[in-house]
Design a protein around this ligand. Structure first.
Ligand code: AMP
Length: 146
């Protein structure tokens, strides 16, 4: 197996995210690989719904969420030495966007936490398991116990 050349850290800024970030940075150093980071703003406005009141698309709220995500991503990425052009904020379904970014940027290892904001109800969180199912590259799920 050849060395990894480009690692993608997916962060949801949850409790264990610093531990996941440290593991990704250690691996990047070990493989002398590039490290990029991505956060997906999980905000899906419902334009029309048969089941209840529609939640209108709010561009101002979307901008605020993106700005706040950029700041949090910068705070996470800077100590790891990840340059600005390797920090990505996307909107949509986390698992689909993370897999899409990984393919687009020719990532060969995605690093995620085994769990995120959704806690420990499942052996592997739904985002982590969705990425495992859909990614074409290797995926490392860093075991988080809380
Ligand atoms: P989950 O499966 O949702 O419990 O989350 C597992 C892991 O997937 C987290 O520890 C993160 O590494 C990653 N993840 C979840 N949601 C996001 C998100 N919105 N943006 C980036 N990474 C995420």
């Amino acid at each position: 197996m050849s060395d990894y050349r480009h690692l993608l850290l997916a962060s949801d800024f949850s409790e264990g995210s610093a531990q996941v970030a440290q593991r990704a940075a250690d691996l990047a150093q070990r493989y002398q690989a590039r490290l990029s980071v991505v956060h997906v703003v999980d905000y899906l406005p419902v334009a029309d719904s048969a089941y209840g009141p529609a939640i209108p698309f709010d561009p101002e709220l979307t901008d605020q969420l993106i700005d706040s995500a950029r700041q949090r991503l910068a705070a996470l990425a800077e100590p790891l030495g990840v340059p600005e052009d390797a920090r990505w904020v996307e909107i949509g379904s986390p698992k689909l966007e993370i897999v899409r970014v990984a393919e687009e940027k020719e990532v060969d290892l995605i690093v995620v936490g085994s769990h995120g904001k959704h806690g420990l109800q499942l052996l592997l969180g739904s985002t982590a398991s969705g990425i495992l199912h859909h990614a074409r590259c290797d995926v490392l799920a860093v075991r988080l116990t809380s």
